[in-house]
Design a protein around this ligand. Structure first.
Ligand SMILES: Nc1ncnc2c1ncn2[C@@H]1O[C@H](COP(=O)(O)OP(=O)(O)O)[C@@H](O)[C@H]1O
Ligand SMILES: [Mg+2]
Length: 303
């Protein structure tokens, strides 16, 4: 990895701070971190776009724009459209140049937060067709497709303060496309034994992208997620600390049932209210948002 100073961001060609939330392991908290960091940045007054690059579409579903909940008639998701099955242009059409798909610009599929009470930031939803992305994005230009789409979005006049990208749980071409477009990576890992190896593999992937694509990539943070107050979590936090603390800030998010409940109800943790206090979760993400802002402010001053 290149020597980006600790906690500094890199500006991609759009000039907009862009962060990809990655880890090829599933269930580590990538989607949770993307949704709630976006919400925290929005709560701090920033204009944010969140992109759901995962064919599993958990970000889209977690913000209510997937299928409703047939087991719960009162679930607010039931009232919202299912963007995953729309016949209009979708994210695969944006990323892939294929005769079956028509030309679609990213701007055509942005869901405007102003149209929905529960949304605090714009989103680019995933789609059922995204399952074909890995087969269709098989040439080198596909790795650049998201970067090109974001450049075009900005040329069209879209302005955001931050763009956050939720990656699929793999090291596929989609994840490469996210890392190349963003140039800043935020890692979400669980405080458990298998995390270390996954992060080593991810590291190799980032190095190979830097070498092959001649781009600089910065690590802007690590979420040590589902942290429990036990020996196992402590041990892995120490290991994370030894490997990453010199490179990027580490944030701890404990196991909190409200995180899951907010997702189930199609909203972020700043929208979600139950009888418990959600301040612990909100504070972690506000801290991430503040640190992210400083990472790019520093880089801007230096530029
Ligand atoms: N800190 C947490 N406390 C409780 N549940 C969590 C926490 N972080 C994530 N989850 C839940 O764990 C599951 C996996 O998280 P998710 O963000 O979807 O992971 P990934 O995107 O890496 O696959 C989701 O159901 C999510 O709601
Ligand atoms: Mg996910």
């Amino acid at each position: 990895m290149s020597e980006t100073p600790r906690g500094w961001g890199v500006f991609p060609s759009t000039g907009i701070p862009t962060v990809a939330f990655g880890n090829q392991k599933g269930g580590t908290g990538k989607t949770t971190a993307t949704i709630n960091s976006a919400a925290a940045l929005a709560a701090r007054g920033h204009d944010v776009l969140a992109i759901d690059l995962d064919p599993q579409a958990d970000l889209t579903k977690g913000l209510g724009l997937g299928p409703g909940d047939e087991n719960d008639a009162s679930n607010p998701k039931n009232e919202l459209p299912n963007t995953l099955t729309t016949d209009d242009g979708n994210l695969l059409d944006v990323l892939v140049d294929n005769p079956r798909t028509h030309d679609t610009a990213l701007s055509e599929i942005v869901v405007d937060a102003d149209e929905y009470d529960h949304l605090n930031f714009d989103i680019v939803p995933s789609h059922k067709d995204m399952g074909l992305a890995r087969d269709w994005m098989d040439d080198a230009s596909a790795r650049l497709s998201l970067k090109v789409a974001l450049d075009e979005l900005v040329e069209e006049g879209y302005t955001y303060d931050y763009i956050l990208i939720d990656c699929p749980p793999d090291l596929s071409v989609l994840t490469d496309a996210a890392f190349i477009a963003a140039q800043n990576v935020f890692l979400a890992a669980q405080t458990q034994a298998t995390s270390r190896d996954a992060l080593d593999d991810l590291w190799d992937q980032l190095e190979s992208i830097e070498d092959n694509q001649q781009v600089e990539i910065a690590i802007v943070g690590l979420l040590a997620n589902m942290y429990r107050d036990d020996g196992q979590s402590q041990k892995f936090l120490k290991a994370f600390d030894e490997s990453f603390a010199s490179m990027a800030p580490i944030f701890e998010l404990p196991m909190r049932v409200a995180i899951q409940r907010a997702w189930d109800n199609g909203c972020d943790i700043f929208e979600w209210e139950d009888s418990n206090d959600q301040q612990v979760e909100r504070d972690v993400f506000l801290e991430i948002a503040g640190t992210m802002k400083r990472a790019f402010d520093k880089a801007e001053v230096e530029a």
